[in-house]
Write a new protein. Structure first.
Length: 438
């Protein structure tokens, strides 16, 4: 890519050098910046589904635009209270609380609109400054570096107006601003399309893995084997030599327990006993090999411990997530453990239960949240072949899934590289390191 003929130091750490004829400006010198200061007692019933004016929040931002159909409304009296935050076409909006730095440009404004709290409206003061160019400046690494530089290690997610207006940025002539914004609109759209394609590919790979597991643990590996009716609607036909039994006849079922309330009582924690909860199983992969919480003797007394090798399944929150326990650990009542008898290989049962998530969900009950009753689990039937065939099925699944996992890893690497390229491209272009005007 081309560079400009000459460069000069900007004098700003997060900008570096800029083309020789560009300037450096601050937000406060080039923009009008306002935010709502209080609602003067606005109540929840004043947020209308239809009304005189749109009420814009950060949740209404998508793809750098305000989605007007998703906005609440307010009446005219409330709109008239604060003219400083009444929006105009091409205003730039940026969130200043929570997830700071979400951006949108006001386009296709078809009736009055104003801001809820948590957003700045940023409006160029003069016609020589494009809001579209400003959008890309605020998406650039320069702005994130400025944020990091001015946060002083603060963990509070808030963008203060008196700090934001001090943001220094490179300022080319208007025709170049327009050209840069158009170029980045086009190039980032191309990159985003590539990334979306790669993410869809990841979904297809995961679907392929699921299909391989489901086929192997339900129908086996021999497509020519004689089949029989399983007598179970969701299973359908199964190989003729496979067994069908309820889980209670195949496994010892261990019940998690945590009888103390509240669970977050500090006097129960900080001992030698690992304590695992549902989220850790969902994130674990095939094996649970680490833990973040421990119980002391008081906590240990009010829970149940499972031995290493137990097959774990969540029965509340993330229902049907499974993993194999790599060490002795304690569990709450939102998790059950399975210890299969000599007829069933532990890893075959892992893949079997993994394939049965929808079956378990169909037997769950809804109270305040979806829960799977342990008595219902005992009555669920599974089908399985002789032990030697189970081991062959496990080897087949692991071979095929390893092949797909290698593709997944390569695809994730490509996504990371494309994302990094996108970030770099934006920063290089808005600071003039790359010339795109021709």
């Amino acid at each position: 890519m081309k560079r400009y003929d000459s460069y000069t130091e900007s004098g700003v750490e997060w900008i570096g050098e800029i083309p020789g004829y560009w300037e450096v400006k601050k937000v406060k010198h080039r923009c009008y910046v306002k935010a709502r200061v209080g609602w003067k007692g606005l109540k929840s019933d004043e947020f209308l589904t239809n009304g005189y004016a749109y009420l814009v929040t950060g949740q209404d931002f998508k793809y750098d635009r305000v989605i007007w159909e998703e906005c609440y409304h307010i009446d005219k009296d409330r709109y008239d209270e604060d003219p400083y935050i009444q929006l105009k076409e091409n205003d730039l909006l940026i969130t200043k609380d929570g997830t700071i730095g979400k951006l949108a440009i006001v386009k296709k404004l078809d009736k009055p609109a104003c801001l809820n709290s948590g957003i700045f409206v940023v409006r160029p003061k003069n016609s020589d400054f494009s809001a579209d160019f400003l959008l890309w400046l605020l998406k650039s690494h320069s702005f994130s570096q400025f944020n990091d530089y001015t946060s002083y290690g603060s963990t509070i997610q808030h963008l203060y107006q008196n700090i934001f207006v001090e943001f220094s940025f490179p300022f080319p002539p208007l025709p170049e601003q327009t050209a840069i914004a158009a170029y980045l609109d086009r190039k980032t759209a191309e990159i985003d399309e590539l990334i979306a394609g790669k993410k869809r590919l990841l979904e297809l790979y995961e679907e392929e893995k699921t299909a391989i597991i489901n086929q192997a643990v339900t129908k086996g590996l021999d497509p020519g084997v004689r089949m029989k009716d399983s007598g179970i609607e969701w299973l359908g036909e199964i190989p003729g030599h496979w067994e069908v039994k309820k889980i209670r006849y195949c496994c010892q079922i261990l019940r998690g327990r945590f009888t103390h309330r509240p669970r977050n009582d500090e006097k129960l924690y900080g001992g030698i006993y690992p304590f695992i909860q549902t989220g850790e199983i969902a994130r674990a992969g095939k094996y649970v090999t680490e833990y973040s919480q421990t119980l002391n003797a008081l906590g240990y007394a009010v829970t149940n411990e499972f031995p290493a090798g137990t097959l774990l399944m969540t029965i509340a929150a993330n229902i049907g997530e499974v993993a194999i326990l790599g060490f002795n650990a304690c569990f709450p009542d939102s998790i059950v453990g399975f210890y299969p008898n000599s007829e069933i290989h532990n890893e075959f049962l892992y893949y079997k239960l993994k394939s049965m998530k929808e079956a378990f969900l169909s037997t769950s009950v809804l109270n305040t949240q979806l829960n799977l009753n342990i008595e219902r689990i005992r009555e669920v039937a599974i089908n399985y072949p002789p032990l030697e065939e189970q081991q062959s099925i496990v080897r087949h699944i692991e071979t095929e899934c390893s092949r797909i996992d290698a593709r997944i890893e390569r695809t994730r690497t490509l996504i990371d590289l494309l994302t990094e390229y996108r970030t770099t491209l934006i920063s290089e272009v808005v600071t003039g390191k790359i010339k795109v005007t021709e």
